[in-house]
Design a protein around this ligand. Sequence first.
Ligand code: SAM
Ligand code: SF4
Ligand code: SF4
Length: 338
Amino acid sequence: MEKTIIKDKLNRPIRDLRISVIDRCNFRCQYCMPADQFGPDFEFLPKSALLTYEEIERLGKIFVNLGVEKIRLTGGEPLLRKDLPILVKKLSSIEGLSDIGLTTNGVLLPKLAGELKAAGLKRVNVSLDTLSDELFGQINGRGVGTGPVLEGIEAAKQAGLGVKINMVVKKGLNDADIIPMAQYCKNHGLELRYIEFMDVGSTNGWKMDDVVTKKQIYLLLKEHFEIEPVDPAYFGEVAKLYHYKDTDVKVGFITSVSESFCSSCTRSRLSANGQIFTCLFNGNGHDIRNFMRNGASDEDIEKRITAIWNGRDDRYSDERTAETNKNRKKIEMSYIGG
Ligand code: SAM
Ligand code: SF4
Ligand code: SF4
């Protein structure tokens, strides 16, 4: 099939696809899946609702045909999905796909990093918000210390995967860890990305006051390190990157709140149960699973995805005010995967 790059109403091409492979997680991070809201009775998706690996592969090929170059697997915790390397192998064989990554809390990497690498995975982003065992246990809501995550990071490096670290910064929670995390990552040659706390979903009690902005983090970093900006590598690169002077170790910021980047947002998202979302903050998913299960051809699916993307005009972060929009139907981060 010939590749056609589809564009949305604001002329943004579709370049990235984030696939949530599961909505469950072994953590209950307080900014994502607070334990009091995601308790033992919480109903996660049943297995039959999840897209199968064959269905994901089929959709992956169609998305690539429409312009997607990069796929990132996420969740919930993607490593909880059984036999994930099988999916990675299927996706990495898609012609025209240049990159496949995974975002994870890292705990299962010692078990899976080697197999994932062998299956064609290129990189992992591991989430770690502090180096303090006690605070980490509080943040992840499960009392798990940093040890398993640090071991996961090491296992990924040993397996030859590219590793970046994601740190969500929330005021009064882990802002004291900004410099220790920078120092640790610099010493270990790891790219650290500070993520501004976002108002995704409606369970994490987000307030603008809780956000530590890129500017605040940057000024603090400048007091401790010499850093220089790095030019964006491509249109739509989300992280604003710097490198430590005289090294090639980078440090970046995901400035979703303080400096939104909707005008170059090329991301589409596919939930574990086969709904397409055109924005992290647009709760209206477009079903593709049932359409597919009801016998749609590849051409039908391609047309449907094209129509969804052509109709996209989302720019939530550009329009956000100090108050999160409470009237808006929003999806949870654990469901759509960040
Ligand atoms: N479980 C995996 C993990 O934690 O990396 C993948 C899914 S998680 C939803 C994806 C990313 O979203 C993680 O880096 C996490 O730190 C980030 N995240 C979750 N809730 C967030 C929030 N409210 N604001 C900003 N980032 C958030
Ligand atoms: Fe789980 Fe990741 Fe959300 Fe933490 S951020 S609760 S590890 S999905
Ligand atoms: Fe993209 Fe929506 Fe985030 Fe804007 S708010 S950058 S459109 S996901």
